[in-house]
Design a protein around this ligand. Structure first.
Ligand code: NAD
Length: 299
């Protein structure tokens, strides 16, 4: 057998990880847990301005929350809203005992200090997991509210690979909302983790020896087949709109699917998991606030 073939055995094609199906299963389990609970968790979402993509996301979150049996309230504020007004609303929701989860849809208009606004959210209600308290708790390996997208990626990886212990994982991207928390969660799952980013000398080389590659760079087609080792699990977080209107991930799907062991499509992979995990975070926040065990709402 030629050396080349030995190193790259023919793999019939990757298992396509169906994020829609996994998310639907999680949402159904959450809905059951909520139906059986003596309270309905409440999620409040704040939308400032009229960014069309943000409006779509917020509507989808409200719909999903209601379908799961939660109470959901959207607070729509005009684009010219001042910081003081936004902080006053957050203070009101923090103090309102009926509110379990508070989410401020990002990005915020330029006149508003995003960090100050996120920091104003009570960490116990911070269902996006963006407050420094929750960021710190994740970094320290303590329980807290974890950002929804990385949490969803972990669910998909566990569904696909089972035990992640000892796996070598590379995360492409180091943003505060995806790349960094993703790497922390993989470390917590006992993976050996590297983060590749825009200043890495050889991101492709880092990825090639990995059992797990999570692509979160926001660059269409960045991860090509030569980045991926045979049989690796590839999670594509990227959402990129091409000039022709098509939505694609960061991974060159067809070429990579021919060598990977498993791969998420875009759309239909990580995206649906993000909202499902937002609902899971909201139920967790509601339970914790009432002193109830988290009991595997979703297990
Ligand atoms: P970001 O722009 O904040 O961060 C991108 C990261 O990628 C940076 O850390 C950068 O260093 C790295 N990067 C850029 N070019 C690179 C290259 N050539 N090689 C290696 N690394 C490179 O983006 P983000 O907010 O983390 O989002 C990443 C992608 O995930 C975007 O496409 C975004 O739309 C998508 N996203 C999807 C979901 C979802 O629910 N599916 C949620 C959040 C973000």
């Amino acid at each position: 057998m030629p050396a080349e073939t030995a190193r790259h055995p023919q793999i019939p094609g990757a298992r396509i990880i169906d994020g829609r199906a996994v998310a639907a299963g999680l949402r159904a389990r959450l809905a059951e847990a909520i139906a059986a609970a003596p309270f309905a968790p409440r999620l409040d979402v704040i939308l400032v301005g009229a960014d069309p993509a943000s409006a779509v996301y917020v509507k989808a979150k409200e719909k999903a929350a209601r379908e799961a049996g939660m109470v959901s309230q959207i607070h729509r504020l005009p684009a010219e809203t001042g910081q003081a007004e936004l902080l006053a609303l957050i203070a009101r929701l923090n103090a309102d005992a009926t509110v379990d989860g508070i989410l401020v849809q990002l990005p915020l208009p330029a006149q508003i200090d995003q960090v100050a606004v996120i920091e104003a959210i009570d960490p116990a209600k911070d269902v996006d997991g963006f407050t420094l308290t929750n960021v710190g708790r994740l970094a320290a390996g303590l329980p807290g509210l974890v950002p929804c997208t990385p949490r969803g990626c972990m669910v998909l990886l566990r569904e696909t690979l089972g035990d992640l212990r000892g796996k070598r994982a590379v995360v492409v991207g180091r943003s505060a909302i995806v790349g960094r928390p993703m790497a922390q969660l993989l470390v917590q799952a006992d993976c050996t983790v590297a983060i590749a980013h825009s200043r890495s000398a050889d991101p492709a080389g880092e990825c090639r020896t990995a059992d797990i590659v999570v692509a979160a760079a926001g660059r269409a087609g960045l991860v090509t087949a030569d980045w991926i080792g045979p049989g690796a699990a590839v999670i594509d977080v990227g959402i990129n709109r091409l000039a022709d209107g098509r939505l694609v991930g960061d991974v060159a799907f067809e070429k990579v699917a021919a060598i990977a062991g498993a791969i998420t499509p875009v759309p239909g992979g990580v995206g649906p998991m993000t909202i499902a995990c937002l609902l899971e975070n909201t139920l967790e926040a509601a339970r914790r606030r009432r002193g109830l065990p988290l009991a595997a709402a979703a297990e």
